[in-house]
Design a protein around this ligand. Structure first.
Ligand code: KET
Length: 400
């Protein structure tokens, strides 16, 4: 029956993470998957989450189906966090927001919707991007291309080339943009660059699709929402998939959302209806628990402050690790440019290591990076940063 089913070659991130789990070496260090670990190397359970769980425990009780679009207080909380509760687009009701199964679920539901209503449109993603972007859009039947983004030599952005590509795109092309903390490079557009992009998006009538999976990990909760608020203020209609996996350390609860910013409330209502239909056809309705927890945190003033403070601490710890890594590498490799480690934003650093260098790190040093050379800096801690620094230095030294 299944002779024709070919073996799955595996996923560059998730399969590597599984391989890490099976590695018997006790000194192994996981800097592959985008997960935040604390300074003791543990996956944190945030205090705000624990307290929210204690608060909702007595009221959980019976578990009917949620509506197709998800839990109403959760959907409101998503809008308030992304745009601010008083934002004109929120108060006028022109954003259609649904609860989704992680940020991934949001990306997929949005892709299915786009394939249905913009069947001629093709997708452009940054070179490079999170591997799953291409897989998801292609899975929805959309053709995927890349636009210039990262400059491996300078460790910066090829912004002029990116802009020129956007200027030449067919009307109603879909452009996937990372709202903050670009994965895998850690290189983001500046506020001025977002401003320069806006007239091009408008004149080419492009459909931006923003992915915000790391709000709070770049420069702060408000600062990291800058791009999507700027696009909204410019009157651009766009898609925005958000994830709470990282910012609430609730990976396994699969809490995310999809928001579609529309020109007016009437269009938003119709878009919401068709998003509901898309969900019904895929998995009918989302799960309850994670959305209850996140809504409880975001809607309680005390818990929200507690959570934002914990997130600040996580961001600052990542910054500290970036600095320690850069300082250590600078000492070990005099003359080597280590500025990219501190300049990049979010959980990732694009080290510039080749696949064979990454393989050596894994096999000879038990340090796991994604083969593209992406390092999850959020996996560094006081106990492993020196070893990682020495291992990296050894691998770089061997190559020169
Ligand atoms: N968008 C981006 C940009 C992203 O990095 C991830 C996860 C997601 C969406 C998915 O979010 P979720 O809420 O878990 O569905 N990235 C990490 C984990 C993974 O690959 O699944 C990673 O890049 O390591």
């Amino acid at each position: 029956m299944f002779e024709h089913v070919e073996a799955y070659p595996g996923d560059p991130i998730l399969t590597l993470n599984e391989a890490f789990g099976q590695d018997p070496r006790p000194e192994k260090i996981n800097l592959s998957i985008g997960i935040y670990f604390d300074d003791a190397g543990q996956l944190p359970v945030m205090r705000a989450v624990r307290e929210a769980e204690a608060q909702i425990a007595p009221t959980l009780g019976a578990r009917p189906y949620l509506p197709m679009e998800g839990l109403a207080p959760y959907r409101q909380a998503v809008q308030a966090l992304l745009w601010g509760a008083g934002h004109e687009a929120v108060t006028s009701g022109r954003i259609a927001t649904i609860q989704t199964i992680g940020g991934s679920g949001g990306l997929k539901v949005g892709s299915d919707f786009l394939k249905r209503y913009f069947p001629q449109s093709e997708v452009w993603v940054s070179d490079p991007t999170w591997d799953n972007h291409r897989a998801m859009f292609e899975g929805a039947g959309l053709k995927v291309h890349t636009y210039p983004y990262y400059d491996p030599l300078a460790g910066g952005l090829r912004f002029e080339e990116m802009l020129a590509t956007f200027k030449g795109l067919p009307e109603r092309s879909i452009v996937l943009l990372h709202a903050c903390c670009h994965n895998p490079t850690g290189v983001d557009l500046s506020a001025a660059q977002w401003n320069a992009l806006i007239p091009v998006i408008q004149s080419r009538r492009l459909i931006p699709y923003l992915d915000i999976a790391y709000q709070g990990f770049g420069d702060g909760l408000e600062q990291d929402a800058h791009a999507l608020r700027t696009l909204t203020d410019a009157g651009i209609s766009f898609f925005c998939a958000n994830s709470f996996s990282k910012s609430f350390s609730l990976y396994g609860e699969r809490v995310g959302g999809l928001s579609v910013v529309c020109p007016d409330a009437a269009q938003a209502a119709r878009v919401l209806g068709q998003l509901k239909a898309t969900i019904r056809k895929n998995y009918s309705s989302p799960p309850t628990y994670g959305a209850r927890v996140v809504a409880q945190v975001l809607q309680s003033p005390e818990l929200r402050v507690l959570w934002a403070g914990e997130l600040d601490t996580m961001r600052q710890r990542i910054r500290l690790m970036r600095q320690r890594l850069a300082d250590g590498l600078g000492q070990a490799l005099p003359g080597h440019d280590v500025s990219r480690f501190v300049n990049q934003r979010g959980m990732f650093s694009y080290t510039g290591l080749s696949e064979s260098q990454v393989d050596t790190l894994r096999h000879s040093h038990a340090v796991y990076l994604v083969r593209s050379g992406r390092m999850c800096v959020a996996g560094l801690n006081a106990g492993n940063v020196d070893k990682v620094t020495q291992s990296l230095a050894a691998v770089i030294r061997d190559a020169t």
